[in-house]
Design a protein around this ligand. Structure first.
Ligand code: FMN
Length: 334
């Protein structure tokens, strides 16, 4: 499968793993990259530039293939601006294949010198966007590609609640740089649909969470198999208003407590401990699914097994090719 994204990344299949705090580690990134897709190393897993440097080296020990480094550019106490800037510098110094920015644009948040720095190092930079306006900005300031995420996605979708099927063709028609479709992508049928909408590939995360190599607790795997597309909820619209974002996570006790606090404009001091990344980190390992905000997308409704990534990727590619051929054959037959 050759597209502008396989060419940009130098990979075999136009499928990328999205950033996943605590889960997109060297081991998962390398396993995905070894299949011919694009693994993701999430910088937020680390507390210093040196730790990220070591993680990049570790990933390179595990795969000769390219991978992308996620930098989530949002105000954070644990990950202050200076550290995010250093993460970006490390990626350039190490000449990783690509950086995935999620949040505020590099040019305004990290600084005007950062996109030229990446260009000079030969590092491709993508921005994850949830609106046409942000895609246009990314193209204008020199990003190499955009990832367009509809509000089906797990994590932090844009507040406008526009679905992937609307947003992807709008962005494809608005920009000339390559486009990855995200939000609701889970199998070969969604890959085929994204290609039909004009995207150059897909990015997905919930589906990669539901693979053997994500290494989460067996309760999490069981939950991913049992939950369906109505079991996630959008929340934190008030807290994240200033960023134009909200969160999509699994409906559970913590989400109901968050909802109650938001409904009465409750105290930030009450909210912050509930949404802390530390809680999620523990739950991925101990499997107590009621105890943290677990960012999971509507695509959970399309997950019926826990394959290895080496099984998942070729299966998706086969399914996508068959889906495209079947669609054509069906319409011709009628
Ligand atoms: C478990 C999990 C953790 C995530 N952590 C991050 C993160 O640290 N940074 C980020 O930019 N996006 C994060 N996301 C969002 C994904 O990168 C991606 O945008 C989204 O999940 C795509 O939708 P899908 O889940 O339907 O595939 C996370 C998603 C999941 C499922």
């Amino acid at each position: 499968m050759k597209t502008r994204i396989t060419e940009l990344f130098g990979i075999r299949y136009p499928i990328q793993c999205g950033g996943m705090l605590w889960l997109a580690t060297p081991e998962l990134a390398a396993a995905i990259s070894n299949t011919g897709a694009m693994g993701n190393l999430t910088s937020g897993n680390y507390n210093s530039a040196d730790e990220l440097r070591a993680a990049i080296d570790r990933t390179r020990d595990l795969t000769p293939h390219p991978f992308i480094v996620n930098i989530t550019t949002m105000p954070s106490i644990r990950l202050p601006l200076a550290l995010l800037q250093n993460f970006f510098r490390v990626c350039c110094e190490k000449q990783v294949k690509a950086i995935e920015i999620a949040g505020a644009p590099v040019d305004t948040f990290l600084g005007a010198e950062f996109l030229p720095m990446a260009k000079q190092a030969g590092v491709k930079v993508l921005h994850k966007v949830g609106t046409v306006k942000h895609a246009l900005h990314a193209e204008k300031v020199g990003y190499d590609a955009v990832t367009v995420a509809g509000f089906e996605e797990g994590g932090f979708p844009h507040k406008d609640n526009v679905s992937t099927i609307i947003l992807v063709p709008k962005v494809v028609e608005a920009v000339n740089i390559p486009v990855l479709a995200a939000g609701g992508m889970a199998d070969g049928k969604s890959l085929a649909a994204a290609l039909a909408l004009g995207a150059d590939g897909i990015m997905m995360a919930t589906r990669f969470l539901a693979t053997k190599e994500s290494g989460v607790h067996s309760n999490i795997y069981q939950t991913l198999l049992e939950k369906n597309e109505t079991d996630t909820a959008l929340q934190l619209q008030k807290l994240l208003q200033g960023f134009g974002l909200q969160v999509r996570a699994l409906r559970n006790d913590i989400m109901r407590r968050i909802e109650a606090i938001e409904a009465v404009d409750g105290d930030l001091a009450e909210l912050l401990p509930l949404i802390s990344g530390e809680r999620a980190r523990k739950v991925w390992q101990n499997g107590n699914i009621e105890e943290a905000m677990l960012t999971i997308g509507q695509s959970v409704g399309r997950i019926q097994d826990i394959p290895s990534v080496a099984e998942l990727i070729p299966r998706m590619v086969r399914e996508a090719e068959a889906a495209l051929q079947k669609a054509l054959a069906r319409t011709k037959a009628n």
